[in-house]
Design a protein around this ligand. Structure first.
Ligand code: AMP
Length: 539
């Protein structure tokens, strides 16, 4: 016997229909390459999502086909989110900051059929177009048809293309386990891996994320996602806005411009903004220099890397904001833990002790289970002292990577690659990372890719790259070279050698020469020892 309730499918279509029916007039404000301040409503967005779905149908896009976007945060990208996913296809958001080789790899790996792109990414796509085996059409997100004039017959423009289609679409009945969004992460070694979200996982994630002890989002909120829409669906905010019925402010490509952000926050009445510490650092400097107080902004969601204490104090004490420090991953849709201080005994703690507690990554939201294990797989107690590898499971945690049957979760738990301690209250604190990557300005740099590029130099026998704490970017790469043959290579020589082999912003900030790079018993470079050796290093 089963329970006697309806088997209602949890799909993004249900969020869209709820938004359209219950919150149709909620405003969406965007900056785009062809609009300074574009204003529309949720209802307008969903009508145009229907036009997108009709356009896809005309291109014979079928259920499960992947459709790529290379785009910043704006209303058109949001139309694509819903139009693609709710028509049964999969919206594949691509990070345009990646090296063209990786963009090429990702599009081919996902077999994307159509690529929707912002005007500023035309050159990036043109550079790899000849190698894209699956793409039938490139659609530039603009009303300016002149931008595609000489680009070839596969190229067209968005406004022109969708304008001929109806604003109604016969949305299909989807199964909640159908795929809907795809996002590749470079947060592990090797080629980027795809995480394919299901309708169910994103609906459950959205419900959990808007709850009071998570992001606490309601109808009277106005949200500014500073996190890009190509990074884990902007942490799910475009779905939260439609489910909760709040105003949305999308800053286009200006997501790292503090002047624009500050202006948008003040003029549009933003109550909650979400982003990585690098952006909050830039904003804090701008506010201090110009003596600005953002009185309307009540909640600052911070994630992606740990919140530096001085920034926490500034926004909490000088700007009077509630800091919502969150931890998560692309593989977790992304929400895992949130730090909310409990009103009971902790409020009586000494200020500094309480502040240390606030800096932790926080407690799991309902739906996420945490487990700490040592290298032998034995469980580590939640005592706030002993650290372990952090494992997670839950309905919005990845089970398998896209196209990668060779990478498997063990015993139903996903290994995050983060090392942490958990205290007796259930607050998790990240203490290290077992994955060999560097997080700079909220985006991943693969140490292994830089090492491999460097070791292709005839004078370099061994090269290691580690992350060093950085005041602006959180972490930047330090290149360590062992036993160079011939003359020591200058920083300039190395930059010249690596140019074109890695993305520009991956370029190591400094180089150190050592006699020996320490090795582990299994013959790998001992990154932990190197990180200890260079702990006090500063650029
Ligand atoms: P991504 O998949 O790019 O969102 O990156 C996820 C990873 O970023 C996590 O596994 C952590 O290593 C790191 N991360 C995310 N949030 C935090 C945080 N609040 N504090 C420290 N590290 C974080």
């Amino acid at each position: 016997m089963i329970g006697s309730m309806m088997n209602y499918q949890l799909t993004l279509t249900s969020i869209m229909q709820h938004g359209k029916q219950i919150n149709p007039n909620k405003e969406v404000v965007s900056i785009t390459s062809d609009h300074d301040h574009h204003r529309c409503t949720l209802s307008d967005i969903f009508e145009r999502s229907a036009q997108v779905a009709n356009l896809l149908k005309s291109h014979n896009i079928e259920k499960g086909d992947r459709i790529a976007t290379l785009a910043w945060n704006d209303f058109r990208h949001m139309e694509l989110y819903y139009g693609i996913s709710c028509s049964g296809a999969v919206c594949h958001t691509i990070n345009p900051r990646l090296h063209p080789d990786q963009v090429n790899f990702i599009i081919n790996d996902a077999s994307d059929k159509i690529v929707f792109l912002d005007v500023m990414f035309i050159d990036l796509v043109k550079a790899v177009e000849a190698e894209l085996t699956s793409v039938k059409r490139f659609i530039v997100l603009t009303s300016d048809v002149s931008v595609v004039e000489h680009l070839g017959e596969k190229w067209s423009t968005y406004e022109d293309d969708i304008s001929i289609y109806s604003k109604e679409h016969d949305w299909p009945e989807l199964n909640e386990n159908d795929p809907c969004q795809l996002c590749y992460t470079s947060g592990t070694t090797g080629n980027p891996k795809g995480v394919q979200y299901s309708h169910r996982s994103l609906v459950l994630h959205t419900m959990a994320a808007i709850a009071p002890d998570a992001f606490s989002i309601g109808k009277n909120d106005c949200i500014l996602p500073v996190v890009p829409m190509f990074h884990v669906n902007a942490w799910g905010i475009p779905y939260m806005a439609a489910m909760a019925g709040c105003k949305l402010v999308l800053a286009g490509s200006k997501v790292a411009d503090p002047t624009v952000l500050s202006r948008l926050i003040q003029n549009e009445g933003v109550t909650l903004a979400a982003g990585v510490p690098t952006v909050w650092n830039l904003l804090a400097q701008h506010l201090q220099e110009n003596d600005i107080s953002l009185t309307g902004l009540k909640k600052l969601v911070v994630g992606g890397t740990a919140m530096p204490p001085h920034l926490y104090r500034y926004f909490q004490n000088d700007q009077n904001m509630a800091i919502i420090h969150a931890w998560g991953m692309t593989e977790m849709s992304p929400l895992g833990t949130i730090n909310h201080i409990q009103a009971d005994e902790m409020q009586a703690w000494d200020d500094e002790v309480l502040f240390e507690q606030k800096l932790k990554q926080g407690m799991p939201v309902y739906g996420i289970e945490l487990k700490l294990v040592n290298d032998d797989g034995q469980e580590v107690p939640w005592d706030g002292k002993e650290s372990g590898n952090l494992l997670v499971r839950g309905p919005w945690v990845v089970d398998k990577y896209f196209n990668r049957p060779d990478v498997e979760n063990k015993n139903g738990w996903f290994d995050t690659g983060d090392v942490s301690v958990i205290d007796q209250y259930g607050y998790m604190k990240i203490t290290d990372r077992s994955k060999d990557v560097i997080k700079s300005g909220g985006e991943w740099i693969s140490s292994v890719d830089i090492e491999n590029a460097m070791m292709s130099h005839p004078d370099v026998s061994l090269a290691a790259v580690i992350g060093i704490e950085h005041h602006k970017w959180d972490e930047r790469p330090l290149l360590i070279i062992e036993n160079h043959r011939g003359e020591a290579l200058s920083h300039e020589d190395i930059v010249t050698f690596l140019t074109g082999k890695i993305a520009k912003w991956w370029m190591p900030d400094a180089i150190e020469y050592v006699e020996h790079i320490p090795m582990t018993a299994t013959g790998k470079m001992h990154k932990l020892k190197l990180r200890e050796k260079f702990e006090q290093y500063s650029f």
